[in-house]
Design a protein around this ligand. Structure first.
Ligand SMILES: Nc1ncnc2c1ncn2[C@@H]1O[C@H](COP(=O)(O)OP(=O)(O)OP(=O)(O)O)[C@@H](O)[C@H]1O
Ligand SMILES: [Mg+2]
Length: 675
C-alpha cells in the first residue's frame, strides 16, 4: 500500500538515528520493537521514530531505554581500572544504547506482523501527523493541544474535536500535582485553541479556588491600555517567553486573552455586595449577580433540602407546589370560598402558607382540618418549615423577591464566550446547588437546541472533591456522572482537573475521551490505574517540567508527550495585585458605583441623596434592576424605583421576607409548634 511518492516524501530528509534489533532474549512483537542508536543520538523517552523497512513503515514512540558495554561484571571493570575510579581507562569500551518503542501505527495496516528489522529515523512533521493519525482529521476538526518537540523542530499535536467535544467521544481530564502540573493553565490554553478552531462553542467555568480564573479577559503581557501597561511593568507582570511565542506560531493559535468573558457571583449576606474577589471598581464592568428565586430552585428541592427532610409525603407536597401552586395565576380556592394568593416568589409563598395554615386551623369550628388536597397538615407544616429556612440558609444566592433575581443568559449564550461562576467563597451546600442547577439548565437548553450555541464546555477544577470515588451519593456527583455519560450526545462537555485521578469516581474519568497528565506524584503513580504505563514513562511523568503534558486521546495508540505555551492570560495572583479586592462597601457606595458604571456623568452626591431618603430594601431592588437592564439613565431608574417601592414588613422568624434573622431553633424550628 505504500506509495512511492509518499515514502520518498517522508524519507528524503529524515535523519537516521538507529537500527531495529531483535534478539532471542528481547524479540520484537507486532506492538513493540527494540533498536540501538549511534553515539549522541537525540533519542529519549517519548521520542517519535519511524522504521522504514521497504514495503512496511512502522511508527513508534520510545517507552523504555537501557544501555550496556561488553564488560561482564562490575568486578572486571574494577580490576581493569586498578581499583581506582579516577584512573583513565586503558581501553575505551564500546557502549550501546538501546530503546524499546511501542507501535503507534503501521503502513500498511495489515497484516499485523512483528516489526521488521530496518533503519530507524526521527519523525518529522509529516511522520508525526501520520503516527498520530492526525492526517485524517487535522484540517477539519483538529484542535491544537501542544507541540511535539525534537531539537529545533516543533510539530503541532492536534486532538480531534469530534472526540473531544463529541459526538464520537467527549470530555477531557487533567491530573497532576499542585502548582507544578499546570492543570488550570493547560485547560485555559485548550479553550483558547478550541475557540480559535471550532465554531459555536461556549464555556461555563466554575471558579472554585480564590482568584484562579478571575482575570481571563486580561492578557499576561502588554495590555493595550498604556496606563495599565505601565502598572504591569512596575509590578513585573508577564511571564511569556520567546519559546512560548514560537509555540503559538507553530500551533496557529492566537496569543491573546479571552475576548468575551462574563463573571457571575452570588451576593454577600448584605444582599448588595457581590461575593467575589473580582470586586475592584476597574474590573466590575462584566461582573453580574447570581441570585435565584423560588421558581428557579423548586425543582431542585432534593438538592437544597436534606435527604431526611423529604420523605415521600413531603416530596409529593413539594411537587404539588411546583406543579400546581406556582403555575396557578388566579390562586387556589379554599373550601370557605376564599382564594389563596398566587405564588411566584419566596415572599408570596410565605403568605400562601400562612393563609393556608390559618384556614386549616380555623376549619371545623376551630378544631382544625387534617388535610388539604390529600396532603396532611403535618406534612404541610414540615414543608413550610423547611422551605422557609432556605433563604436564610442560602443567604446571598436565594432571594425573596423576583426583583432581585439575576441569572445566566439562558438561551442567549454566544460562541467564543466564557461564563465564569465564582463559587470560591460559597460553602459546600451552596456550591452543590449552583453547579447542579447550572449543569441541569445547560442540559435542558442543549437538549432543546436553544442554548444559543451548539456545544458548551463545563470546566470543573478539583474534581476529586465534587465527584469522589467514595463518599456519599450527592446530587452534584450524580449530575457530573450524568454529563460524563450522556453529555456528548447533546454537546455538553466536561473538562476537569484534579490532583488525584485515582480518587475521582471511576465512571467520570472512564468516560473521558482525552486524558492529560502533568507532573505527577509517585504515590499516585503507584496506584493500579497507571500500571499500563512503562516504568520509564511513569518516571518521566514524575519529573515533567511545567508546561509538559502526557496526552492520551482515542486516535493515539500510545500516550504522547507534548509541550504547550503559557496561556496569554493574567495569572490570578498577578491580577489580584493589579486590581486589589475592594473592601465591603456601604449601600450608598454600591449605589454610586452601580449608577456611575452606566452613566459617568452621575454625581456621587446625587446618588447619595436618593439613597439617604429611601427605604433600603427598595434601593437594593432598584440597584439589581439597574444591573440587569443597564439603562442609559440609571439615576432616573433609581429615583423611580427607590421611592415607589413599599417598605417590606419583616415576616416571622426564619420567614421568607425576614432580613437575615436566623431562626432560634435552626432548621428544626417550627413556627407552628406549640409550647
Ligand atoms: N506552559 C507553561 N510553561 C511553563 N510554565 C507554566 C506554563 N503554564 C503555566 N505555567 C506556570 O505554572 C504555574 C502553575 O500553573 P497552574 O496554576 O496552571 O497549575 P495547577 O496545576 O492548576 O495548580 P493548582 O493545583 O495549584 O491549581 C503558573 O503560575 C505558571 O507560572
Ligand atoms: Mg489549578
Amino acid at each position: 500500500m505504500t506509495m512511492e511518492g509518499e515514502k520518498a516524501g517522508f524519507s528524503a530528509d529524515l535523519r537516521q538515528v538507529g537500527r531495529v534489533v531483535a534478539t532471542e532474549a528481547k524479540p520484537n512483537t507486532a506492538y513493540e520493537f527494540h533498536f540501538w542508536t549511534g553515539e549522541g543520538s537525540p533519542v529519549g523517552i517519548g521520542t517519535l521514530v519511524v522504521v522504514d523497512a521497504g514495503a512496511t513503515q512502522v511508527y513508534g514512540v520510545v517507552i523504555e531505554a537501557w544501555s550496556f558495554t561488553d564488560v561482564a561484571s562490575a568486578m572486571h571493570d574494577y580490576i581493569g581500572m586498578e581499583e581506582r575510579p579516577d584512573n583513565e581507562p586503558m581501553t575505551r569500551r564500546p557502549e550501546v544504547r538501546c530503546y524499546t518503542a511501542a507501535v503507534l501505527r503501521r503502513d500498511p495496516e495489515e497484516p499485523v506482523q512483528p516489526v521488521p528489522v530496518g533503519p530507524v529515523y526521527l519523525s518529522d512533521d509529516v511522520c508525526v501527523k501520520r503516527s498520530l493519525r492526525m492526517d485524517t482529521y487535522a484540517e477539519k476538526t483538529g484542535v491544537p493541544i501542544g507541540v511535539y518537540q525534537n531539537g529545533e523542530m516543533l510539530s503541532p499535536v492536534l486532538l480531534d474535536a469530534e472526540f473531544l467535544l463529541g459526538p464520537e467521544a467527549a470530555h477531557a481530564t487533567l491530573t497532576g500535582v499542585s502548582g507544578l502540573a499546570t492543570k488550570t493553565s493547560a485547560i485555559e490554553f485548550l479553550l483558547q485553541s478550541i475557540f480559535a478552531t471550532q465554531d459555536n462553542v461556549a464555556c461555563v467555568c466554575f471558579n472554585v479556588k480564590g482568584h484562579d480564573m478571575l482575570f481571563l479577559d486580561y492578557p499576561d503581557q502588554s495590555p493595550e491600555d498604556p496606563d495599565l501597561a505601565e502598572r504591569y511593568e512596575k509590578l513585573g507582570v508577564g511571564q511569556l517567553t520567546p519559546d512560548d511565542f514560537a509555540m503559538y506560531d507553530a500551533l496557529g493559535v492566537p496569543c491573546e486573552a479571552f475576548r468575551d468573558v462574563h463573571y457571575y457571583a452570588p451576593y454577600k449576606e448584605d444582599q448588595f455586595n457581590l461575593s467575589t474577589l473580582r470586586s475592584n471598581p476597574d474590573v466590575t464592568h462584566n461582573v453580574s449577580a447570581l441570585a435565584w428565586g423560588l421558581t428557579d430552585i423548586l425543582e431542585f428541592a432534593e438538592v437544597v433540602l436534606n435527604r431526611d427532610d423529604i420523605d415521600a409525603k413531603a416530596d409529593a407536597f413539594i411537587q404539588y407546589i411546583n406543579q400546581t401552586v406556582i403555575r396557578d395565576e388566579n390562586g387556589i380556592k379554599l373550601s370557605n370560598g376564599d382564594c389563596l394568593p398566587p405564588v411566584r416568589t419566596f415572599q408570596d409563598l410565605e403568605r400562601w402558607f400562612r393563609q393556608l395554615l390559618k384556614h386549616l386551623e380555623d376549619e371545623k369550628g376551630g378544631r382544625g382540618e387534617e388535610q388539604f388536597r390529600t396532603h396532611n397538615v403535618m406534612t404541610i407544616r414540615k414543608v413550610y418549615n423547611r422551605l422557609s429556612n432556605l433563604v436564610t440558609r442560602y443567604r446571598g444566592l436565594l432571594v425573596e423577591r423576583d426583583e432581585r433575581c439575576a441569572d445566566l443568559p439562558w438561551g442567549e449564550f454566544k460562541p467564543g464566550s466564557i461564563y465564569v461562576i465564582d463559587i470560591a467563597k460559597m460553602d459546600a451546600q451552596g456550591q452543590d446547588l449552583v453547579v447542579t442547577r447550572v449543569v441541569s439548565k445547560l442540559r435542558e437548553y442543549l437538549e432543546k437546541k436553544k442554548l444559543g450555541v451548539e456545544k458548551c464546555v463545563v470546566v470543573v477544577d478539583e474534581l476529586n472533591k465534587y465527584a469522589p470515588s467514595d463518599g456519599p451519593e450527592t446530587y452534584l456527583k450524580k449530575t457530573l456522572l450524568d454529563i460524563s455519560e450522556r453529555g456528548r450526545y447533546i454537546g455538553l462537555v466536561l473538562f476537569s482537573a484534579q490532583q488525584f485521578r485515582s480518587q475521582v469516581h471511576k465512571r467520570v474519568v472512564g468516560n473521558c475521551g482525552t486524558s492529560m497528565y502533568g507532573r505527577m506524584d509517585m504515590d499516585e503513580l503507584s496506584t493500579p490505574g497507571y500500571q499500563v504505563l512503562s516504568r520509564a514513562e511513569r518516571e518521566k511523568l514524575a519529573t515533567l517540567s511545567k508546561g509538559q503534558l502526557m496526552v492520551r486521546h482515542p486516535h493515539f495508540s500510545q500516550a504522547i508527550f507534548v509541550k504547550f505555551p503559557r496561556p496569554n492570560i493574567l495569572r490570578g495572583s498577578d491580577g489580584i495585585k493589579l486590581f486589589p479586592e475592594a473592601g465591603e462597601l456601604s449601600l450608598e457606595d454600591v449605589a454610586v458605583r452601580v449608577c456611575r458604571e452606566y452613566d459617568r456623568t452621575v454625581t456621587t452626591d446625587a446618588v447619595r441623596a436618593v439613597v439617604e431618603e429611601s427605604d433600603r430594601e427598595s434601593v437594593i431592588n432598584a440597584l439589581n434592576r439597574i444591573r440587569l437592564e443597564c439603562p442609559p439613565d440609571p439615576l432616573a431608574v433609581l429615583k423611580k424605583l427607590a421611592k415607589s417601592q413599599p417598605q417590606v414588613a419583616p415576616a416571622g422568624p426564619g420567614g421568607f421576607g425576614a432580613p437575615r434573622v436566623a431562626s432560634a431553633g435552626g432548621d428544626d424550628y417550627d413556627p407552628f409548634e406549640k409550647g
